[in-house]
Design a protein. Structure first.
Length: 164
């Protein structure tokens, strides 16, 4: 589990709670060429004494979500964490947010429109997680897999020097 890898022990005392089914347009139906709404099981992460505030921004057309959490009871991952992810990460953000004091989600597609902005976020984050679970691993669909994008990101990071 991601949180145990980043900060062992933070998951302790966390409960998964059934939040009931909800309707969602899923990626799989789009891949099958069937734009339809499906019923999906809802699950919430519950941690006593944890409050989360999330603020959405954008890199081009891509929604970037930064959340901060405070806890009066249990531990949080205290290192600022950046997740470069796909739609699976996006829908799991409400479950991840109560575990991280400072968590930012950036869709990997944002690298196509403003690589420098993504590089700044990478530099500012002691913990960077890459998550791609999509059914396609074509570099055109996922810029993070493109050698040209990775080379450009590496150059940008090297030119900026160490994070402050």
């Amino acid at each position: 589990m991601l949180v145990d890898r980043v900060a062992p022990g933070v998951w302790a005392g966390t409960r998964l709670v059934d939040s009931g089914p909800y309707q969602r347009r899923t990626d799989l139906s789009r891949l099958l060429g069937r734009e339809r709404t499906e019923t999906v099981a809802g699950v919430a992460v519950h941690r006593d004494g944890v409050s989360v505030v999330a603020v959405a921004g954008h890199i081009g057309p891509y929604a970037v979500v930064r959340s901060t959490a405070t806890s009066s009871h249990g531990p949080l991952v205290n290192q600022p964490t950046l997740i470069l992810g796909d739609s699976f990460t996006e829908v799991s953000m409400p479950q991840l947010q109560p575990l991280f004091a400072d968590l930012t989600y950036v869709p990997s597609g944002a690298m196509k429109v403003d690589l420098a902005a993504v590089a700044r976020l990478v530099r500012a984050s002691p913990v960077v997680v890459v998550e791609l679970v999509e059914r396609s691993v074509q570099p055109a669909a996922y810029p993070l897999l493109s050698p040209a994008v990775l080379d450009a990101l590496e150059r940008d990071l090297a030119a900026a020097g160490p994070a402050r």
